[in-house]
Write a protein that binds this ligand. Structure first.
Ligand code: ZN
Length: 140
């Protein structure tokens, strides 16, 4: 019975680990796709600039090229947007750092009486039980 439970816990642990690995792989693939798309998009912009330059010099005989490039750029931008959205969706939200335990409200210390935290060196009212800076218990 206990062994079954342990085995099932282990399986859950490994399943979760496998899931995390898959997520990471998908993410890095998305990052690679994004980099590829960005460089394609840059190429397309450059080609469009060149085509427009040529159009300005020799006239609009290559207008079809320009339209094709604009269509390509729109498509690339859409794919890029999609990847961007997916990456934002799957990026884990950084959890807030644990808060230092707050010192319980204390009676006002005599004016000027202070104690220094042995951990972080912050100055605290002499009657504080915990450091206001790092939350360590203050040694009096
Ligand atoms: Zn401290």
């Amino acid at each position: 019975m206990l062994l079954d439970e342990a085995m099932s816990n282990m399986r859950t642990f490994f399943d979760n680990a496998a899931q995390r690995t898959t997520d990471t792989l998908q993410n890095s693939k998305s990052y690679m796709d994004r980099a590829k798309l960005r460089s394609k998009l840059n190429d397309a912009y450059r080609a469009l600039g060149k085509a427009e330059y040529e159009a300005a010099i020799v006239g609009v005989e290559n207008m079809n090229d320009i339209h094709a490039l604009i269509t390509e750029i729109s498509g690339l931008r859409q794919s890029l947007d999609e990847i961007e959205r997916n990456l934002h969706k799957s990026t884990p939200v950084a959890s807030a750092p644990p808060k230092a335990p707050q010192a319980a409200p204390q009676q006002a210390a005599p004016a000027g009486a202070v104690t220094y935290c042995s951990k972080c060196g912050k100055q605290n009212p002499a009657d504080s039980a915990f450091c206001n800076g790092c939350g360590s218990q203050l040694v009096h």
